[in-house]
Design a protein around this ligand. Structure first.
Ligand code: MGD
Ligand code: MGD
Ligand code: MO
Length: 770
């Protein structure tokens, strides 16, 4: 097997387009995960790594945030509690490929800039700190001490701490995240943008207003016992494959599944579970009982129409659909909401959703007759201009039917990064509440700034305009993950210093400030030994379960230090040796960090003991635990009244969503196979409905430029292959991050400021050869 990194970059001429699949996983999934493991890690490392993945004595999967089964719910973990894509995530991290001195000596930065994200990521793990000095053509090695001095010098030389930006991606452990925000706030700013700003920020904004807590209200056991699971704007077969097992269990218990999506995703249609006999040899389990092929951005219209029907049917037979008792005792604003939905415009609703009225009535009937409904959603809802009202409308339905805080029912925003939710709990947010700041001040005897900082989009604006001067990233790939790639590239290049704490090479290392640093760190899978002995870290999954994760694989290089160590050593340099926070002691023993988390973070009392329980513990959540909504402005579950709204598309244009293939983790491209959608050996494709292609006069297979139209002008992404595909009419799809250049920086969701990555108005132009 080849463990060498690919020398050749992607050649889009090799692209093959086949038929999309109608089911997910099964034997091909197992085979792919083993092959990718052995290619990158070799046989022994693959066996060790996969044996420990998501086991109680092992490490948390660095893939998605889907929870593991818990003993207290009477549930067992399978010997292989991971999925094809989790195994790929591990293979990527535990790879034997290396980006070392020799690599940077042979590759000038200018050459690296021309490579795809795929090629860059495949080169492997960074082995020691590297610096790109002003005007230099190559990165060169630098000692850890010199690197920290360089960062501290720049930070302490700024006119104000608010000229620095501190980004976080959602893989960082709770311990590292807690110390990181403490460092940033001790230094003097709340400029703490994170990947969540581009991800579930809209869910947080909507739910905080509706239920008082920006998180979901279900556990895995609830999913297993629901009688209706609505999966909307989410592709679990690719992005949360272990969720398919949960859906299969629920279906075994009699649940129905309603899928709402513009694409007939294989994982929503049928599932072959490799862990049972039927999955291996049989037909598998049909998943969606109803598939509503909605237009991009049509969900608000759909859920308003459903609300209208529920109210109408309840009026015909009072109390049969609306949970009057719950509405009376625990909610606020029901009358206004009902009044707003008294009449709806059916032709407009059909136009917005692309769904016939009969189907909307069928969907509403499923929701009306369910006794235990769970709503699951992801990026298909959050990355729209009207994302916050759309999610609030789902919360309205759940409130009206009393579907929050009872077994088998609730709201379930399915998180992305494995610890994105935990990072927030630990204080990584540009606008943490006053009470959290007070607790920090009290615990450490410091005074942290209160003024809100910049989120991701505001940080790009600030760097573009010269107000942001130093960019520091705890993980992630800011240059590729953010919208408006050209604007972001200019913003980063105008910084005096860009610093990335990374495991692997990525575009953000080659789109850099005047000086740039790569600080390589240990990954989730790796052993972390400090002065007091081997350490573990903790993470929080999508269902607020906090638990330990122990790395067990030998680190990629002896020069790597942990994220905790990086933060502690940098803090000493930036804040001085006599700073009030005992940074040095935290690096030696992570228990001491957890004691502080216990003192500061709500719900984390007795943290050190509770995270040592076999499954850790679940954070308190008053809507889920007690049907209490004390966090809202009204103190009750709050209905939201929203205007009818959907994206307008001028004639001759289509609406583009940017999404993930089956072979990538965000900007880390594992490979070139989106096999469920029939794409192999290439990524520059645009999926369009055959009738739309015909109307636009574009042939299936033709090479086109995608041109996005926005009020400040056009943006162009060249050379995409048009692929005739059964998506909803008027809608198109291309992969992230190739299509990010098309997402205008100012096209953001109201209230959450999340980039609108799922509704870009584009035209297709035949590509002109130059
Ligand atoms: N293997 C793997 N796992 C991952 C990731 C990965 O890249 N690879 N990324 C992780 C992260 S950070 C996240 S946030 C999650 C993302 O998980 P998803 O949200 O599943 O990711 P996307 O690929 O963006 O898919 C969006 C889905 O929503 C649908 N959709 C798009 N627009 C609309 C709309 O307007 N209405 C409706 N109803 N549907 C719509 C799309 O057709 C698609 O099926 O996955 C996490 N897990
Ligand atoms: N157009 C478009 N844009 C999008 C999206 C979309 O759907 N469409 N989705 C958005 C979403 S949901 C998200 S969450 C963001 C993701 O944005 P990011 O989180 O910034 O991006 P990733 O690709 O997940 O980051 C990958 C890099 O993280 C580093 N890394 C991996 N593991 C570790 C670790 O353990 N520690 C450290 N320090 N570094 C590590 C590696 O160097 C790797 O190259 O992108 C957003 N951008
Ligand atoms: Mo995400």
């Amino acid at each position: 097997m080849h463990r060498d990194a690919p020398k050749k970059d992607v050649d889009e001429a090799d692209l093959k387009v086949g038929k999309p699949k109608s089911y997910a996983a099964g034997i091909p999934g197992v085979a792919v995960s083993l092959r990718r493991g052995v290619e990158q890690m070799g046989v022994t490392r693959t066996a060790l790594a996969l044996r420990l993945l998501n086991q109680r004595a092992g490490f948390d999967c660095p893939g998605c945030a889907w929870p593991e089964p818990r003993e207290v719910d009477g549930e067992k973990r399978k010997l292989a509690e991971f999925c094809e894509n989790g195994a790929k995530a591990v293979a990527e991290e535990a790879t034997r490929r290396r980006v070392d001195r020799e690599f940077f000596a042979t590759h000038a930065i200018a050459d690296l800039r021309d490579k795809t994200d795929y090629w860059l990521g495949q080169q492997g793990r960074v082995t020691e700190p590297f610096v790109l000095r002003e005007g230099a053509t190559h990165y060169e090695p630098i000692s850890w001490d010199a690197a920290f001095d360089l960062v501290a010098g720049e930070l302490n030389g700024l006119a104000s701490p608010d000229e620095a930006v501190f980004y976080t991606s959602g893989r960082t452990s709770n311990e590292a995240a807690f110390l990181y925000q403490l460092l940033v706030r001790s230094y003097g700013t709340n400029n703490l943008p994170d990947c969540s700003n581009m991800c579930h920020e809209s869910s947080g904004a909507a739910l905080a207003a509706s239920t008082g807590i920006g998180k979901g209200s279900v556990t895995l056991a609830d999913i297993h016992h629901a009688d209706l699971i609505v999966v909307v704007g989410q592709n679990p077969g690719t992005n949360h494959p272990r969720m398919l097992s949960a859906l299969e269990t629920a279906k075994g218990n009699g649940a129905k599944v309603l899928a709402v999506n513009p694409l007939p995703e294989a994982g929503l249609m049928r599932f072959k579970n490799p862990q049972n006999v039927r999955g291996v040899v049989g037909e598998g389990t049909p998943l969606a009982d109803e598939f509503a092929q909605i237009r991009l951005g049509g969900d608000l219209a759909l859920f308003q129409a459903v609300g209208h029907l529920l109210l109408q049917w309840d009026e015909e037979a009072p109390g049969t659909i609306v949970d009057q008792e719950f509405v009376k005792s625990s909610t606020y604003g029901y009358e206004d909401w009902a009044k707003n939905l008294l009449e709806i415009d059916w032709p407009e609703t059909e136009k917005a959703t692309g769904l016939p009225r009969e189907q909307i009535e069928r969907v509403a009937r499923m929701i009306a007759t369910s006794e235990r409904t769970i709503y699951c959603w992801a990026m298909g809802l959050t990355q729209h201009k009207h994302a916050v009202p759309t999610i609030a409308e789902i919360a309205n339905l759940a409130l009206a039917r009393g579907m929050i805080g009872k077994p088998g029912a609730g709201l379930c925003p399915v998180r992305g990064h494995s610890n994105v939710q935990g990072d927030r709990t630990m204080g990584v947010w540009e606008k943490m509440p006053e009470s959290f700041m007070d607790a920090l001040d009290r615990e450490f005897g410091i005074t942290v700034p209160r003024e809100h900082g910049w989120d991701t989009v505001d940080s790009i604006r600030a760097m573009r305009d010269g107000r942001g001067k130093v960019f520091f990233a705890m993980g992630g790939n800011f240059a590729s993950a953010t919208p408006d790639s050209d604007v972001t590239a200019k913003a980063l290049s105008s910084c005096s210093l860009t610093v990335h704490v990374s495991t692997k090479l990525n575009r953000s290392h080659v789109v850099h400030g005047t000086t740039a640093l790569i600080l390589p760190t240990l990954g989730r899978t790796e052993r972390d030994v400090q002065e007091s002995g081997p350490q573990f870290v903790t993470v929080e999954d999508s269902m607020s379960q906090v638990h330990a994760s122990r790395g067990r694989v030998k680190p990629a290089s002896e020069h790597l230090i942990s994220e905790v160590a990086i933060v502690c050593r940098l803090a000493e340099r930036v804040l001085g040796a006599d700073h009030a926070v005992p940074w040095r002691s935290f690096e030696k023993n992570y228990d001491l960090i957890r004691d502080r988390i216990a003192a500061v973070v709500p719900g984390c009392e007795d943290y050190n003991r509770r995270v040592r329980e076999p499954d850790g513990f679940v954070l308190p959540n008053s809507p889920r635990d007690a049907r209490e909504f004390t966090g809202t402005a009204t103190g009750k579950g709050t209905f939201t009244v929203s205007e009818f709204e959907y994206p307008e598309v001028p004639a001759g244009r289509v609406l583009l969503q940017t999404m993930r293939s089956h072979d990538q983790y965000n900007t880390t491209i594992y490979g070139l196979s989106d096999r469920y959608r029939g794409i192999e050996d290439g990524r520059r494709v645009v999926f369009v409905h055959p009738d739309d292609l015909a109307e636009l006069g574009i042939a299936d297979g033709e090479i086109v430029d995608l041109v996005s139209e926005w009020r400040d002008g056009d943006r162009r992404a060249p050379r995409f292959r048009a692929v005739s595909y059964p998506t909803a009419r008027g809608c198109a799809a291309a992969y992230f991050p190739e299509a990010n250049a098309l997402v205008p920086l100012d096209s953001v969701a109201e209230k959450s400021n999340t980039p609108v990555s799922k509704a870009v108005v584009i035209r297709l132009e035949p590509h002109q050869h130059s």
